[in-house]
Design a protein around this ligand. Structure first.
Ligand SMILES: *Cc1c(COP(=O)(O)O)cnc(C)c1O
Length: 386
């Protein structure tokens, strides 16, 4: 029976401390969640601005459902493209300073669809080794030649670009790295793209709403703009709802509408979600207070954890990974924290490279200074015990 094989593979993963399983929340997303009937102080969501349970977004979603119903009922190219989708796309394009934008159901689908539509056989993609799994899958699906460069290594990328003579060239990077929290050298990457006539695909899942003036994202953070940049961001993280978008030149967007399979062959998202997202975009634009508070929490955490046996990785963003190294130790620390009523996810290979298991601490504007102090205190207790 093939089931025995599957079970053996799962057992092997468990032995390595790599088995994954789910916990069920019985409360809305927030720093204070209920899991299996117990309350926890959580530091693992990507709800960086605390919008996932915001009363104005709940009201917008309710109103959106009243007006537009529940389901879109069809793909965008059939008759599932509604006013709220269209308006949101225009608002998103303006917000990030691009001529046009296109909504996708999820960030995973946006990456699969966009990369596959923009490059193919005979073309080359250049990818940072620590890119998100969805970008790695997207490159494989595109059938373009794949070249990877060491994390943030602009010099290595330049050599690779210089050696590539034919076809389109697409440099792909997380803008804010999802498991490390550092920001890609977008300015240098863009300069190389200009020099070697390549496009720059920036996945800003963790920067949109959080970095840059008014939360306009990583391009705004560096003050860069270029026709060569294809900008992608998700709407289920800082934006607090669901979905994703690509913002780019009109001809790129038209190409995606025609060729991105994950756009063409899927049902449009409920228009009510776009109503909520338009409201979310306003909260993001007005969210300087939230971002300021988040910044203070980041500084507080980094100060408070500077003397631990485990190092916080270099990061200025809401993603503050505590590098542990060993898989089992990362799991054990995560479990010990849970015993103290604190929820922090242990991240292990293959999500991160071998030997770099970590506690991925994420902060949200919804946390209080007292919440962060509680985490700092608990980690110091664990350090003394170990
Ligand atoms: C979360 C994430 C995605 C996927 O976005 P979803 O909307 O959750 O599917 C893509 N890229 C990066 C870097 C991410 O962190």
């Amino acid at each position: 029976m093939p089931f025995i094989q599957l079970q053996n593979e799962l057992d092997e993963r468990a032995t390595l401390g790599l088995l994954r399983s789910r916990r069920t929340l019985s409360s809305p997303q927030s720093p204070h969640i209920i899991v299996d009937g117990k309350p926890y102080l959580a530091f693992c969501s990507n709800d960086y601005l605390g919008l996932a349970n915001h009363p104005q977004l709940i009201a917008a979603l309710q109103q959106g459902a009243q007006q537009w119903g529940v389901g879109a009922g069809a793909a965008h190219l059939v008759n599932g493209h509604f006013d709220p989708h269209h308006q949101l796309e225009q608002q998103l394009a303006v917000f990030v300073g691009k001529p046009a934008a296109l909504l996708f159901s999820t960030g995973y689908m946006a990456n699969l669809g966009a990369v596959q539509a923009l490059v193919g056989k005979g073309d080359t993609v250049f990818a940072d080794k620590l890119n998100h799994a969805s970008l790695n899958d997207a490159m494989l699906l595109s059938r373009a030649e794949v070249t990877r460069y060491r994390h943030g290594d602009v010099a290595q990328l330049e050599k690779q670009l210089a050696q590539t003579r034919s076809g389109r060239k697409l440099v792909i990077t997380d803008a804010v790295f999802s498991m490390d929290g550092d920001i890609a050298p977008l300015r240098e990457l863009l300069a190389l793209c200009e020099q070697y006539d390549a496009w720059l695909y920036a996945d800003d899942a963790h920067g949109f709403g959080v970095v840059g003036e008014q939360g306009r994202g990583s391009m705004a953070h560096f003050g860069i703009a270029s026709e060569r940049i294809v900008y992608m961001a998700t709407l289920g993280k800082a934006a607090g709802v669901s979905g994703a978008f690509i913002a780019a030149e009109q001809v790129v967007i038209d190409t995606l509408v025609n060729h991105a399979h994950s756009y063409v062959y899927t049902t449009a998202t409920p228009p009510a979600l776009s109503v909520a997202l338009s409201q979310s975009l306003q909260l993001i634009a007005q969210g300087d207070g939230l971002r300021m508070h988040l910044k203070k929490l980041i500084a507080q955490l980094r100060n408070g954890l500077s003397d631990l046996p485990w190092q916080l990785m270099p990061s200025d963003t809401a993603i503050q990974p505590l590098l542990v190294g060993d898989n089992q130790l990362a799991l054990k620390l995560s479990e010990s924290l849970r015993g103290r009523g604190i929820w922090v996810a242990a991240i292990r290979p293959p999500t991160v490279p071998q030997g770099t298991a970590r506690l991925r601490i994420t902060l949200s504007a919804a946390h209080s200074a007292a919440d962060v102090d509680q985490l700092i205190g608990a980690l110091h207790e664990l350090a003394q015990e170990s």
